[in-house]
Design a protein around this ligand. Sequence first.
Ligand code: GCU
Length: 410
Amino acid sequence: MKYIPIFLLSAFLSLTGVIAYAQEANYDESKVGSYTLPDALTTLDGRKVASKKMWEKVRRPEILKLFEDNVYGIMPRAKIKTCYRILEEGEAFGGKALRRQVEITFSSKVQTRKMLVLLYMPKGVRKSPVFVSPNFQGNATTTDDPSVIASQFSTFERAHQTSRWPYECIIDSGFAVATFHYFDIYFDKDDKLSETVYPLFGINDNSELKDNTGKAIAAWAWGCSRVLDYLLTQKNIDKRRTIVMGHSRLGKTALWCGAQDKRFAMVVSNNSGCSGAALSRRNYGETVSRINKSFPWWFCNRYQSYNADVSALPVDQHELIALIAPRPVYVASAQEDRWADPYGEFLSLREAGKVYALYGLETLQGNAFSSIGEHLWKGNCGYHIRTGVHDVTDFDWQSYIEFANRHLKQ
Ligand code: GCU
């Protein structure tokens, strides 16, 4: 028998994989099917929510709990000892910014874990607004600044992903930015619960998780809040202008973080897609069943029980966005990122508007998308769909900065 060259075999296997992957997803708007969204403004016992008071006192806590119990899971709430240590500080971008690298050590009786935060702050600004945004590949991959310390679990080369981090523009706009490698909090692999923050809380193995215990997204969101804890101790950071921003799985994270942590004054979801901004009940691109099969370690175990029937989910993603109300929220899509269902992201933001309206804010209306590359901003809800693929671009960042400047009060 002749041997098939390995590279041909692997090319064949990956091609069949790609085909199977593509076949499973629906990209035909006429096949999305009909669905009924849960009503953000009807309580579990059937009462209509007509005031912001009732939203805040009754309905908002209900929805938050439903997301905890059915989608993202509960992050253990035990108090963890936290220490901050400045590992390095210096000037950056020709003296326009101050760079600070802070090691945050979490310790409990059973475990210690460290996260490394890279922070750039504009000089000469008395109180800067700040973006908190986790990165995928490690702090040193986000910049060619040679002083940036490599994150402990990063396997990528320096400056490998700089295009997603236009730090100098952010600084020039008067914003500070803080990032950390998401692996510091939860190694993004199912079998690695021991390599996450969960052992701090005495959870070491999947078998110890309840159906509604959080996993990766809950933990990454927790990590963003821990960075905010530190930032709020800093005099030159403006407490009233803090923004959590994330791309893709970290966009899902940003939404869940902002939904829970009201100290974040604004939330940005960049191409967050399924189980992020996109409506789950739309059969378009990635589905709940598909995401649960590919990434079972992102969500709580109970989320799996909706794989066969997503209509049984007691929430949909417009209600996640609604939890951010009345704070400014920005949802951004990319034209070629059909997997993330751009139209489903838009509809979700539009539906969340019903809660923003309780606060007397203008909201998105109608079925039409914004034109490609144009801003659709109404009240505190911002949306755009830009050209190109699943990514974070300068256009995205510029949009977030401009939106924050308009919507966050100094
Ligand atoms: C996969 C996944 C998405 C996710 C994305 C990412 O494509 O299916 O849900 O948003 O990875 O995080 O890059």
